[in-house]
Structures are given as C-alpha cells and as structure tokens.
Design a protein around this ligand. Structure first.
Ligand SMILES: C[S@@+](CC[C@H](N)C(=O)[O-])C[C@H]1O[C@@H](n2cnc3c(N)ncnc32)[C@H](O)[C@@H]1O
Length: 275
C-alpha cells in the first residue's frame, strides 16, 4: 500500500511527492472535515492565542492549517495571517474563512517564507511523530523572541477517539503501524525533544479539552470518515463496512436520543525562540 499518511519530503513509488499524496488524502471530504471535525481545536486555539497575546500587532503563521479555523480566529483578533497546507481542497475553504490571509498549498518541510517572518508559528495537530524537520522550519520562520506552539493527541486515557483510531488500525494493519509512528509525538518528552533540536525553549506543556458533538450517527460517520487517516481504510474496505466499524468504535458515546458527545485531551507545547 502506498502510504498517504506519512509526512516527509520524499517521493512515492510513482514519483509523486509524499506531501502531495498526503494532501489528497486530507481533502477527500474537505467540507465534512471543515465543519464537522475541525471545530475540535477551538479551545486550544483560544488558549494558544491568548498565551501569545495575539492582536492587531501580531503576525501569525499556521502550518498544516487545514481548512483555516485557527487562521480565521487570528484574523478576527486583528492579526496578519499566513497559512500552509498540503491539501488544496482545505486551503480553498481556508481562503473563504480568512480572505486577507497569505494562504498557500505546499509542504511544511519546506516553508516558502523567509527567516524570522512571524511573531507566532502554530500547528494544530499538523506535527506528528517523524516531523522534527518541519519543527526546524517553524523555528526558522519565527522571529527571535517569538513563539512556536504545537498541539497533538495525548497518550493518556482521556481520549474518547482512542477506540476509533484503534478500529482504523485493526481494520487495515498498515494504517495501524503508521498511526503508531504518528502518535509517537504524544509520548512525554518527544515533542520537547523536537523543540530542543530546533533550538526552541519550552515555555509550557499543558492541555485543553477537544469536544465533538454530533446529532446522530449519520453526522458522526460523516465527521469520522473525513480525516486523511480514514481515507486509506475507506478505499480498501468501502463506505458500508468502514461505517459499521467506526460506529461500533464510538457506540459508548451514543446517548439515548442517538446523539454523540466525545471529549479528548488535546496536549499542547508552547516554546520561544530565544531573542
Ligand atoms: C490533523 S489535520 C490538522 C489540520 C488543522 N490544523 C486542524 O487543526 O484542523 C493535518 C493536516 O496536515 C496537512 N499535511 C499533511 N502533510 C503535510 C505536509 N507535508 N505539508 C503541509 N501540510 C501537510 C493535511 O493536509 C491536514 O490538513
């Protein structure tokens, strides 16, 4: 199986850059991602922007910005914004959410901005295990004295999505192996090592709650089939079979009226580039 999950500047067997292939996986259900899944990051976005004092004097770059939820918030706070993502379909939505932003399709391992361009460089669930070189790029484009912030799913028990990820990995073992590699960032010390290798100084490690609320199983399924990680299992197993697997994995979170509520600990690390 050709991976669509790995993040690197390498090429697939047919010479497609891996980041282009990753982008295709992440845009396979772009609207559902933007409106049914991406709101998970709201509390983390608010927290990070408050911590970094984002306002009309700030310049903010969001790396692997997806459909631009974070950038639209930064723009409403008055910041000048820039963002990059591998998925053109997600960037199209981001451009509608943040009309004045400098939004680009590209590879986070090769950011198209000069050194020391931004006050704050963020990535909400865009940096995973194996992405240390992208953190070096983030550190390059942040100004001395500026901040870099990453979020990712933590390793602990407070992850209602856990059985969903396990179900995807059990259904397609190659995806399972890849998810284990990607989840490496959640282990204590891994993100801190990435920051230190990029010569960034850790300010804090903490967490916020990432919540999902879906009114019924149809909407829950549309939300959970939308991430890039669902695309290879979808291609291999088809919609009906994967839907059964996914809905079984989240059954404990179904209320008596058929709605779902899930809470997940979203870990963040915030660091500073020394002045
Ligand atoms: C979990 S999503 C996070 C999106 C957004 N930050 C959010 O919180 O909703 C991961 C994102 O990483 C992007 N991505 C994957 N590999 C990439 C790469 N090499 N360069 C840029 N973006 C990449 C995907 O297209 C996807 O939008």
């Amino acid at each position: 199986m050709t991976t669509t999950l790995k993040k690197s500047n390498e090429h697939t067997e047919d010479a497609t850059p891996v980041w282009v292939e990753a982008g295709r996986a992440w845009e396979h259900a772009a609207k559902d991602w933007a409106y049914l899944f991406e709101p998970y990051a709201r509390d983390a976005i608010e927290y990070v922007f408050a911590k970094a004092n984002v306002d009309e004097h700030s310049s903010v770059l969001d790396v692997a910005c997806g459909s631009g939820l974070a950038l639209s918030r930064a723009a409403r706070l008055g910041a000048s914004t820039a963002g990059l993502d591998a998925a053109e379909g997600l960037i199209d939505i981001a451009r509608r959410r943040d009309r004045n932003g400098d939004l680009r399709v590209g590879d986070m391992f090769d950011l198209p901005w000069p050194d020391a361009s931004f006050d704050l460089v963020t990535s909400f669930n865009g940096i995973w295990g194996g992405c240390a070189a992208a953190v070096v790029e983030m550190a390059r484009v942040v100004k001395p004295g500026g901040m870099v912030a990453l979020t990712f799913w933590g390793p602990g028990k407070n992850l209602d999505l856990r059985d969903f990820f396990i179900a995807l990995g059990s259904a397609v073992p190659a995806v399972g192996e890849e998810l284990i590699d990607l989840a490496e960032i959640g282990k204590p010390g891994v993100a801190e090592d990435m920051l230190a290798s990029a010569r960034l100084r850790l300010v804090e490690r903490g967490s916020t709650a990432a919540r999902f609320e879906w009114p019924d199983s149809d909407v829950a399924w549309r939300a959970l089939r939308s991430p890039g990680v669902s695309q290879p299992p979808l291609e291999i197993l088809g919609d009906a079979k994967l839907r059964d697997i996914v809905l079984t994995s989240i059954a404990p979170f179904e209320a008596s009226d058929g709605s779902y509520q899930m809470t997940n600990e979203l870990t963040h690390v915030i660091a500073m580039r020394p002045a």
